[in-house]
Design a protein. Structure first.
Length: 347
């Protein structure tokens, strides 16, 4: 189905880029061809590099967050940078050919507009990848500068895509001749939706770091529920899923330290998707709350907040438990304990 993720931009959002992982000691991306590899080695003075694979964006960003240099693989920022340069070279060559053409001038002009479209989509992807790297560094370090870098690259990716739409409105009917008849306007909508999703992430991250509430990312909880990133919009580095027989009947657990006694509001964030009942229930200090997140949601999925209830807590350690409650697989994302009764989730 690569006709629409690459050329149009559907489904390839920032979180999807960060979800790319190593698999069986290899990388999911196909190695680049030898010509591109030689250009990469020359462009970045990497003659000693032997592997024609690119380090996943998340892994590369985590290395940057640790101050670690990458010399054992191509890096995603350099790869997209070189791709953008090569697209510009292609456009230059097409324009030279158009000027030199003595026949079939209309066809020569079409090579120019095709090449210009490749420049715009490559720029859009370049900024999208750089935005993903900035997001993961922000997640690792909390660096405020990386948050602004994320915003800047998302704005620039949309700006490049808008130029792509303006061009292709004049030069194409559709982006593919397959039955879906997809157009770049749909891709632009996806790019804008991704920007909105990342703004929600930034609001969540701000609320989590302010310290006015006890904020628990479910990926920090103990238990064998799987960590997943296949639905965009999650907080932190992912959400947990009980989608296998080995997870059924098991729970997630975490002990937190309560600094001030009082009555706490318990908020939960989880996925709604389709008509499946994905409800889960939270238990705090032995108090069991009714299940939440069992209602239908949009087919593409959406993370939403629900208030589970309130509980009186004493100062000291408290255990939080998450249990599955519905017939579908549950997807909890965040649990918050708020001492302020006026506190509301950021999204």
């Amino acid at each position: 189905m690569n006709f629409f993720p690459t050329a149009i931009g559907r489904e390839q959002n920032v979180d999807a880029i960060l979800a790319t992982e190593t698999c069986d000691r290899d990388y999911p991306a196909r190695p680049v061809d030898s010509w591109f590899f030689e250009r990469y080695q020359a462009r970045y003075a990497a003659s000693g590099l032997r592997g024609r694979i690119t380090l996943p964006a998340a892994e590369y960003a985590e290395r940057l967050a640790r101050g670690q240099k990458t010399t054992d693989a191509m890096t995603p920022d350099r790869v997209v940078g070189l791709l953008a340069e090569l697209a510009e070279e292609g456009l230059k060559t097409a324009r030279e050919a158009e000027r030199a053409a003595t026949a079939n001038r209309d066809e020569a002009a079409r090579f120019v507009t095709d090449s210009q479209a490749l420049v715009y989509i490559t720029r859009a992807w370049q900024h999208k990848v750089l935005a993903a790297i900035a997001k993961r560094i922000c997640q690792q370090t909390g660096d405020e500068k990386q948050k602004e870098t994320l915003r800047v690259h998302l704005r620039q990716s949309i700006a490049a895509y808008e130029e792509l739409v303006a061009l292709t409105d004049r030069t194409y009917l559709n982006a593919t001749d397959m039955l879906l008849r997809l157009n770049w306007h749909e891709g632009l909508a996806q790019f804008k939706a991704d920007r909105a999703a990342q703004e929600r992430f930034l609001a969540l991250d701000k609320a989590r770091r302010e310290g006015s509430v006890l904020w628990l990312e479910v990926e920090e909880m103990e238990g064998n529920w799987k960590l997943r990133t296949n639905y965009p919009g999650y907080s932190g580095t992912g959400f947990r899923v009980s989608d296998g027989p080995e997870q059924r009947g098991t729970v997630l657990r975490k002990r937190l330290a309560i600094g001030s006694a009082g009555r706490y509001a318990v908020w939960t964030r989880g996925l709604l998707a389709g008509t499946t009942d994905r409800s889960f229930a939270v238990e705090v200090a032995g108090k069991k709350f009714p299940p939440t997140h069992g209602e239908p949601g949009p087919p593409q999925g959406q993370f939403v907040w629900r208030k589970s209830g309130e509980v009186e807590l004493s100062k000291g350690p408290v255990e939080i438990v998450v249990r599955g409650a519905g017939p579908g697989y549950e997807c909890p994302d965040v649990i918050v304990l708020a001492l302020d009764p006026k506190w509301r989730p950021p999204d």
